[in-house]
Design a protein around this ligand. Structure first.
Ligand code: CA
Length: 236
């Protein structure tokens, strides 16, 4: 599945090079020239990963990383810091504020892509092409196929993304706003009841094999995918 990466870099030539490298690797790229611009973009939609230059005009990359980690909504976004400095102390500071990895300029495109892949696999498995299996369901992003007890299921693109996210983040309750952010990438312009519509469609696609029971409604909180049927409390 395509992954959206926010590139925050003030030097146009490097920003262009990063963007071309990531696009060639199949990622969707959005770009910001400085921290304020990045925060505005993040306010609109959450990317799957932020590639963050250390030296930026105004607010530094390290400040932005710290702020992303402090706020509930942006806390889980994977961050890779990018910098011309190779020094050990900088690396430590970057990791201390919560960056997931560190790439030194000049970067090798292959290394950058490999590191992005490793960080996504660790921090945002729903944004990778890795297949996932749970409770008799198997979903393969690379081939866009879902099976329930080995029987193929037809899912619309949104239901597919939704199921992919839920399967990679099971047993946790996700609010409608969180699902809009993580699955739709948009919590501003899409209404929360859109989530309910697609959950309903997903359940109906899973109904024939009985897997609809995995998708649970948690009243007043949101939705959860659970392989543990548990008490029927709050399930509907
Ligand atoms: Ca810079």
């Amino acid at each position: 599945m395509s992954t959206t990466i926010l590139v925050v870099e003030d030097e146009p030539a490097i920003q262009q090079l990063l963007s071309a490298t990531l696009t060639r690797a199949g990622h969707d790229v959005i770009r910001a020239d400085d921290g304020e611009h990045a925060m505005r973009l993040l306010n609109e939609a959450l990317p799957d990963l932020v590639l963050l230059d250390w030296m930026l005009p105004g607010r530094s990359g390290i400040d932005i990383a710290r702020r992303l980690r402090t706020e509930e909504r942006t806390r889980a976004i994977p961050i890779i810091m990018l910098t011309a400095r190779g020094d050990e102390q900088d690396k430590v500071s970057g990791l201390e504020v919560g960056a997931d990895d560190y790439v030194t300029k000049p970067f090798s495109p292959r290394e950058l892509i490999a590191r992005i892949k490793a960080v996504l696999r660790r921090r945002a498995p729903h944004a990778t092409d890795d297949p996932v299996e749970l409770g008799g369901l198997r979903l393969d992003p690379a081939t866009h196929r879902v099976t329930a007890d080995d029987q193929p299921l037809g899912l619309g693109p949104t239901e597919f993304r939704l199921l992919c996210f839920l399967m990679h983040n099971p047993e946790r309750v996700h609010s409608r706003a969180q699902l809009l952010d993580r699955v739709w990438g948009d919590h501003v312009f899409v209404e929360e009841r859109t989530v309910d519509v697609h959950i309903r469609r997903l359940r109906s696609a899973l109904e024939a094999s009985g897997h609809d029971r995995l998708i649970q409604t948690v009243r007043g909180a949101g939705y959860r995918l659970s392989v543990d049927p548990g008490p029927q409390r709050g399930v509907g």
